[in-house]
Write a protein that binds this ligand. Sequence first.
Ligand SMILES: [Zn+2]
Length: 182
Amino acid sequence: MVNYEPGQDRNVAALSNLVMCDGFYKMKNFKEKYMRMALIEAKKAALIDEVPIGCVIVKDNKVISRGFNKRETKKDVTSHAEIEAIRKASKKLGDWQLIDCDLYVTIEPCIMCTGAIIQSRIRNVYYGSEDPKGGGLVSSLKISEIKNLNHYPNIEGGILRDECSNIVKEYFANKRKNKTLG
Ligand SMILES: [Zn+2]
């Protein structure tokens, strides 16, 4: 349906509506584009038998860092995808503050990673699927309910939700299958 102002030429109204729709789809597409890159990172984690979670950080429409979960490989509890990507982004920018940076991660960040996101002043966080058992943005912890933080990132979830959660479900299903077979 085309909305138009009284007295506005219908063709002009139709055209501006089209431009708005185009803008909307471009917005949606760029989020999906970067989430697909995060999914590629998640797949890299699966290849080395890590829980498949991947992350990319974007600044000025460019990916400045990537990371995937390496907790087992590094025997390091802090080596979640987000922390890996945040470390690399800080190194690249020469700054612990990641102002004007957007983080894309396949699964809602945990409480630890949410802390790092707040501390590093990341602007927008886009996640794929919620983590009801430990998510630090909207699930176990809701940062909107925490008072007096000096930074609150914008949050948007559900970007390629099914793909992001299925890759984790498949990983655990395979693990169980291999356990039964072994
Ligand atoms: Zn985490």
